[in-house]
Write a protein that binds this ligand. Sequence first.
Ligand code: PMP
Length: 411
Amino acid sequence: MNWKINEVRKDFPILDQQVNGERLAYLDNAATMQQSRPVTDAVLHYYQTTHSNVHRGVYTLSNQATDMYEQAREKVAHFINTESSEQIVFTRSTTESLNLVAQGFGDAVVNPGDEIVISVAEHHSNLIPWQQLASRRSAHLKYIELNEDGSFDMDSATRVITKKTKIVAVAHVGNVIGIQNPINKLEQLAHKVNAYLVVDGAQAVSHMAVDVQELNADFYAFSGHKLGAPTGIGVLFGKSNLLAKMNPVQFGGEMISKVTRDVATWKKTPLKFEAGTPNISGAIGLGVAIDYVQKMGLKSIQDYEEKLMQRMLTGIEGISGVTIYGPHNTKKRLGVLSFNIDGVHPHDVATGLDLLGIEVRAGHHCAQPLMQDLGVAATARASIAFYNNMADVDQLIDGVKQVKEFFLHES
Ligand code: PMP
């Protein structure tokens, strides 16, 4: 490990504060990660020195801004190991990336009677675009079921992925249970029947190295803010031949080649998908966030986070009357721990923890079908990032005990 956690934390000044009179333990990283000083500095510097519109200026500032925006695209390409930066489309978020694939590509390749396969554990943003596509194209949406521990039931995957399947869309890492899904096996099943594989990488990119060529994913989506970049910048990777086939779903400036009164033609990918003024500062911030995690090393981050998760899991498991969702094996679990204190509503758990300075999420986590499967309406969810430390984890464990005692009047 070439970094020290105390030094890393100094780059995240937001962590060094009190909330409700208590030390802050920010454990809602699966919802959004904090931004490092280099990221916010780069964004500020851009606005103070270079801000101008990209791709259309013939003057110095615009050329500089364009270079910075395009350099960020190169960094993203390198980060997930694409063949070319032209395979990287900047979007607003994972949600926008997945909607773009469903509409721009799905509408072109899915025909009546075809099937689209997702899993029960998907975030709504990797579910509703496919539901809508199925309904627009009179296709069927099929689900991969889950095993007891929340992992994909691969027998079910083998059954539902058939010759009728056109698209298989799954999360790389789940946002409720945190399991790294078996993308390689799904890739084989999907490509064997000539279906396209779409991977939602929102919960993967900050916790593990991602190599889209190794995954052989046809599309891969993620959000910058899940990686320490500003909100409002997202990424869609697509294989070149598929991006060429995909239609734009937003039209306007920047994306056109020629416009007449009656018709218009598009620029080549990726610009044909980036209508209007893009999120220039967001892309620049994303480039710096990528530099930051690459300097730390994703392998090193993963090893460190595994230790945090081990302690968190052991500590929460050790509290009687607490149910943990998902595997009790930290090798299988990245980033998130969902749990409930039996007899206490998860919103009360999160509110109680907040009073102790601990920020966790409570709710259905945009995964209502999974909640239905788990037989609960909601869970509390603690999620870590590389800047969390053991003190954050211990504060959570102690906090859960205190909240339990408070609500159940136990001691
Ligand atoms: N997929 C997964 C697995 C997620 O965790 C999230 C964010 N919670 C999303 C998609 C959507 O990300 P965004 O809101 O940034 O579009």
